[in-house]
Write a protein that binds this ligand. Sequence first.
Ligand SMILES: Cc1cc2nc3c(=O)[nH]c(=O)nc-3n(C[C@H](O)[C@H](O)[C@H](O)COP(=O)(O)OP(=O)(O)OC[C@H]3O[C@@H](n4cnc5c(N)ncnc54)[C@H](O)[C@@H]3O)c2cc1C
Length: 379
Amino acid sequence: MTGERIESIATTLVVGGGIGGMATAISLARRGVAVDLIDLDPDWRVYGAGITITGPTLRAYRQLGLVDRIKAEGAVTNKSRVRLFNGTVLRELEEPEIEDGLPATGGIMRPVLHRIMQDEVRALNIPVRLGLTVKALETVGEGVDATFSDGAKGRYDLVIGADSVFSGVRELAFPHMGQAQHTGQGCWRISMRKPPEQDMGEFYFGSDNPCGITICGKDAIYLFMLTPHVRREQHFTEAELYDELKALLAPFGGNAGWIRDNMARTDWINYRPLAAVLQPKPWYNGRVVLLGDAVHATTPHLASGAGMAVESGIVLAEELVGAASVEDALLAYQERRYPRCRDVVDTSVTIGRLQLEHGPPEQIAGLIEGALMRLNAQF
Ligand SMILES: Cc1cc2nc3c(=O)[nH]c(=O)nc-3n(C[C@H](O)[C@H](O)[C@H](O)COP(=O)(O)OP(=O)(O)OC[C@H]3O[C@@H](n4cnc5c(N)ncnc54)[C@H](O)[C@@H]3O)c2cc1C
């Protein structure tokens, strides 16, 4: 992917080197814009979960030129299986390609995806500074004066806040926005070796706790389970996470049952309460703009949060190319992204609420299918 140079934007700062920040940095650098990328984490790591990548997410990664590496180092498929929680197979779904040669869906370990994107950032010679954030942002004329947490200063034509759900950039420059709201559900995840019979992604319904398994590589899967949020004073210890998840999986059959019987205390296990918010417009303030979970944080019900972040990075760079002014570009970016992200956030939150209320399974399935069909439309 190449593009014409963005005349009105020469220097940009991306705050947050996660999925959305790296997608933005790659998209801008390919168009000849100088990008500085900073991340708070001194080691620029990501935790050890797997991630589901839907067709639209794969399409966005194809636009970034990274889909072949994702296919090679993750796992892709055009099929998934629906089971009752006890293991009974209900049906196998043939999932349609949304573009020629693009797999319908897939999975990859987050650290592998992170490395693929980091390799591209390095290949484009994007300067990356770690263990750093911004402490002050002041729009002055046609630029932003940024003060970094190490005391250094810099001036940029545009600052992009891609620093996730607790965004520091949002705190600094967007007083009309608020915190993400807890939805009442929590997500349990385990990453481990692949069950021998696991040949495609699976969903398990019919229990109070919906569950699924995504293949993430030759011998890697992750299992997720959604439960009512477990309120506690303290975080679970590693031993408690193992015991609790094993107990939650007690009634499950099929590959979920195999995972329960073969999970080890050394496997990566995590519990996280779910939160979501679609921040109110405007998503930009002067020459500061937000992107990814910082402005459209969602729950995993449609497995589309990462896809939305990558799409937003691509759209922002596209709109900055050839726009009459930076302000026009930021407005166009916001207007292109807002309805699509609202669909994902609203539908995901509604599905979660229905699951908590034991709503009709056909209604939940209809909401998921409808949203995924709409997301198949080009962004
Ligand atoms: C339980 C769970 C499961 C999920 N499963 C899926 C899934 O299967 N498929 C899917 O598509 N999406 C999934 N998501 C959503 C997806 O992970 C996010 O939507 C996506 O990572 C958002 O990208 P981002 O770039 O906005 O944030 P992130 O990827 O979180 O990156 C943010 C980066 O900013 C850095 N940072 C944070 N604060 C600062 C600061 N103050 N200054 C500088 N840097 C900072 C962090 O270190 C990090 O590197 C899931 C989410 C949850 C909670």
